[in-house]
Design a protein around this ligand. Sequence first.
Ligand code: PMP
Length: 326
Amino acid sequence: MKLDYANPSQEPAHPCADFQGTAVSVNPSPPETADAARAEGPQLWFDGELVVADSLRAPLTTHALHYGSGVFEGIRSYATVDGGAAVFRLSEHLARMHKGAALLGIAFDIAEATQATLAVLRANQHRDAYVRPLTWCGTGSIGLDVASLTKHMMVATFPTGVHLTGGNVKLGVSSWRRNPATSLPPLKLCGAYVNSILAKAEAKANGFDEALFVDERGHVVECTGANVFMVKDGDIVAVEHADALPGITRDTLLELTRATSRTVTLEELRDADEVFVCGTAAEVTPIASLDGRRFDSDDVGREVARIYQRVVRGEDAQHRSWLTNV
Ligand code: PMP
């Protein structure tokens, strides 16, 4: 365990460990049985071991806290038809995280992250769960050169209820532009998400549930945390844009529906018969309205959502290879 994030009873090895008044502790004596572990509350993975989630405190000089110098993923595990649980497209999520980590000079071991994910799910006995790995730049300097900073990795899991799609989701066009890929690559870099936070806040303030990013040429980009699809005259179209995150759910739906992937204008989207969005957290969510204009139908979106649920829960033998058993 790195000292700057560790038990205060150890010798301070770092300026932030001098900070008085912040309890910085790693579970000092790990519970001996699984029951004892559960009694202590949820576990998470931190730098190579399972620890009680509430027992850790990051130093206030953590670089990622100041500059967003971290990379995260949003992954789901599902209770499967065979009575077990499986993580959906784990290797693709961790490959994307690896790309982001490499940009920040963070060594990211996919095999270790895979084991960490499975270990936390098992320790917490989570089946329908959201998995949040995060790797970040820790301490050592407050400058912008991250090379010499400590680097850390955690994986937390959160139970999810069965997600019911088809809610009355109201989408509004954002006045904010998406981070252009030429400035920030469309990866899950922590700092990049301030862009989504601004758009989400604006959408909520205007009475919408979610924001739609559109570029200066009037092309649809994506939502704050989901990719966009439309249905027109029976054809399913996946919105393609260089500034959008190449979503793993989007890729899944392209394979399942044989949709066409192409550039879509806002005008076309407004004129669509149906719009639905997709993402690991959103799964497949039909959109009720765009800037107040209601879509006629959500039939295709609901059907796609149903097919997606069969796949993630292991009911579709053809796509069982996308699942990693917990
Ligand atoms: N776009 C953004 C900005 C996102 O944060 C997400 C969620 N990761 C998505 C799209 C959907 O990606 P995925 O299907 O890989 O979860």
